[in-house]
Design a protein. Structure first.
Length: 445
């Protein structure tokens, strides 16, 4: 055996794959060259219907602001997606892989989200994720994106048999909420966790749970709504309006003093701030427990669900959404016996443990199917009418939101409906359930 140490740590490694030649290759292939103009030449526009990002406000606003870029329909619009995962599953917690993937939105919907047309740009390997230091690893990609935006690249278009000057722009990022905090620089924890509401995020501290909850959805109701005068929520009449959304100029003013902030191994600690900004942008447990019930006494709400001291022991009254063992078995049995068409979902029955009455190992697509279509059927006979009604409405909201085409008129209605749905849930469920992920539903439509 050699004398090398056996407890060496995995080094941080960055694999960078140049972007420019792969974008040029899309125009050099006869199979994709004409599709790169699909968004401008072949897309059928229907007023008030969203079927592609080109139908959205962000795309159209970008075209208005940069007419020279929009004039050349072959210029490329990109989205950036990033998230980390453990390649060894549950066998090891000491390794992390963070891919950074670019999506080409010039292509039609049935192509742009497929694996052959997504571009792996960066691969960040190491013992742990990059965290806020992801800026350091993104530098080579940012430099190349700047070059493609400012000077572009001479590219041959095989469909037109000519050279043209190809430019590219990054329109948005796609990521989960924790990764959003790393990429945007806005902390998604604490009193101001919502990146849309920012300093006006309606949050409440739960002293027994030791965390924040995000309720007060009556803020988003119309000023004349009957529930604003109701005291059945938190014992108060609600007169406030919804939080103001900041403009780009206002956000830029907030981060102006972070101009020279540097990240890396020797980065200085940040001073305490009034907002949640950390940087300037780039150049399975139950939530219904004794602590959650004690918080009801602190907030002076839902007194019928507050814990009672009986015989020296705390007794927790059953909530409307609480399922008995028999009801949990019915719920799990329904999903275990379910037969679905091929391609609808994975084999959900393999994720059901009927003995322990637990569900585990679901893929993200399976979670979507359960939330949007199966959950209302599964709880139909095991929940109270009030709970069932709220869950059905929430499922319908996500089902409509995830459809292939959306009408602007329907989105406006959904924006109003989700406020009412969350207010209904606020009257049923404990405050500890309303984490920031539930709050974000307000901003989805």
């Amino acid at each position: 055996m050699c004398d090398r140490k056996r407890d060496r740590k995995s080094p941080k490694v960055l694999r960078y794959f140049p972007l420019k030649p792969r974008l040029q290759r899309l125009f050099m292939s006869s199979k994709t060259a004409s599709d790169m103009r699909w968004h401008a030449e072949s897309r059928e526009e229907e007023p008030g219907v969203l079927t592609h990002p080109a139908d959205g406000k962000a795309w159209k606003h970008f075209d208005e602001k940069h007419p020279s870029f929009a004039l050349e329909t072959r210029n490329i619009r990109l989205g950036l997606a990033s998230d980390g995962f453990n390649p060894f599953g549950g066998l090891s917690n000491d390794y992390s892989i963070w891919p950074v993937v670019l999506v080409v939105y010039n292509l039609p919907p049935w192509m742009c989200m497929k694996q052959p047309y997504t571009i792996l740009s960066l691969l960040i390997l190491g013992k742990s994720g990059p965290g806020n230091n992801i800026d350091v690893y993104l530098q080579p990609l940012v430099e190349e994106l700047k070059e493609l935006w400012e000077s572009g690249a001479k590219t041959y278009d095989v469909s037109k048999h000519e050279y043209f000057h190809m430019r590219a722009a990054l329109l948005w990022t796609i990521n989960d909420f924790p990764a959003y905090a790393n990429l945007s620089g806005w902390s998604t924890k604490g009193y101001k966790a919502c990146p849309r509401c920012m300093s006006e995020t309606p949050s409440t501290w739960l002293p027994n749970n030791g965390k924040c909850c995000y309720m007060d959805y009556r803020l988003f109701l119309p000023t004349d709504h009957k529930w604003r005068d109701s005291k059945s929520f938190n014992g108060k009449v609600e007169r406030r309006g919804p939080p103001n959304e900041l403009t780009g100029e206002e956000i830029l003013a907030q981060v102006s003093d972070l101009e020279n902030m540097k990240f890396g191994k020797k980065s200085p600690s940040l001073p305490k701030r009034d907002d949640n900004w950390k940087k300037k942008n780039i150049e399975g447990k139950s939530k219904d427990n004794l602590k959650a019930r004690h918080d009801l006494n602190c907030l002076k709400i839902m007194k019928h669900l507050a814990p009672k001291l009986i015989g020296g022991k705390w007794h927790i009254p059953p909530a409307p959404y609480t399922l008995s063992k028999a009801e949990k078995e019915k719920f799990c049995k329904f999903l275990e016996d379910l037969k679905v068409p091929d391609g609808y979902s994975s084999n959900i029955s393999k994720c059901i443990n009927l003995y322990k009455r637990k569900i585990s190992g679901l893929k993200s697509h399976d979670c979507h199917m359960i939330l949007e279509q199966l959950l209302p059927l599964a709880i139909r006979r095991v929940s109270s009418p009030k709970v069932y009604g709220a869950v059905v409405q929430l499922s319908a909201f996500f089902k409509d939101l995830c459809s292939k085409s959306l009408k602007v008129e329907d989105l406006d209605n959904m924006e109003r409906e989700i406020v009412v749905i969350l207010c209904e849930m606020e009257k049923i469920f404990l405050p500890s359930i309303f984490d920031v992920m539930v709050h974000l539903c307000i901003h989805l439509a």
